[in-house]
Write a protein that binds this ligand. Structure first.
Ligand code: GAR
Length: 206
């Protein structure tokens, strides 16, 4: 049985697109059955609709900062679709224990850095400022700490002379699209517990 999966987004949805493309294969162990956005009109919504996947927009603004109430509405939508696994894909809201607890061990996030380096925002700018030689992206289980959960997959890319945050972001993003579908496949097929070490490590040359 393919695992019933939802993807939460806030923006353009390129990682969502990568997950949808992987899930086109009937042998892929996760089926994406719902896309939830907290941002009305987020680009990813149109991608989901084009792929025939139901979408729901649950704008956080009418909740006036009541994060738990906003998440309760999300959980209601996930429950209505009998969702088992959740992927955060550019979902740019801090989570509360409500959603984290409900999907403990069943919710993944993708983050554009080699965690534990550069949690939080502006990862590419910070990597350049720090002068690192390699940068990358991480898929991890979601826990209460920001960008802290056990790591499932990482890919590294070189930082090249002349890189800007934009050129580096594009190089990292291409790898995000590779590792996220692979990480979800591991979780959905029961091959990922909460490992201490990444199960997937990819590196691009040099
Ligand atoms: C991706 O780079 C993702 O790693 C990042 O937002 C972007 C979303 O792009 N997520 C975070 O920074 C979470 N801390 P997408 O909408 O095209 O997938």
């Amino acid at each position: 049985m393919r695992r019933r999966t939802a993807v939460l987004i806030s923006g353009r949805g390129s990682n969502l697109a990568a997950l949808l493309a992987a899930a086109q294969d009937p042998n892929y162990p996760a089926d994406i059955l719902l896309v939830v956005s907290n941002v009305p009109g987020a680009g990813g919504l149109a991608l989901a609709e084009a792929a025939g996947v139901p979408t729901v927009t649950i704008d956080h603004k009418p909740f006036h900062g009541d994060r738990a109430a906003h998440e309760a509405a999300i959980v209601e939508a996930l429950d209505a679709a009998a969702i088992e696994l959740v992927c955060l894909a550019g979902y740019l809201r801090k989570l509360t224990p409500l959603l984290v607890g409900r999907y403990a061990g069943r919710m993944l996030n993708i983050h554009p850095s080699l965690l534990p380096a550069f949690p939080g925002l502006h990862t590419h700018e910070r990597a350049l400022a720090a002068g690192v030689k390699r940068h990358g992206c991480t898929v991890h289980f979601v826990t209460e700490g920001l960008d802290e959960g056990p790591i499932l997959a990482q890919a590294t890319v070189p930082v090249l002379p002349g890189d800007t945050a934009d050129t580096l972001a594009a190089r990292v993003l291409a790898q995000e699209h590779v590792i996220y579908p692979r990480a979800l496949a591991l979780l959905a097929s029961g091959q990922a517990g909460a490992p201490d070490k990444p199960l997937i490590q990819a590196a691009t040359a040099p």
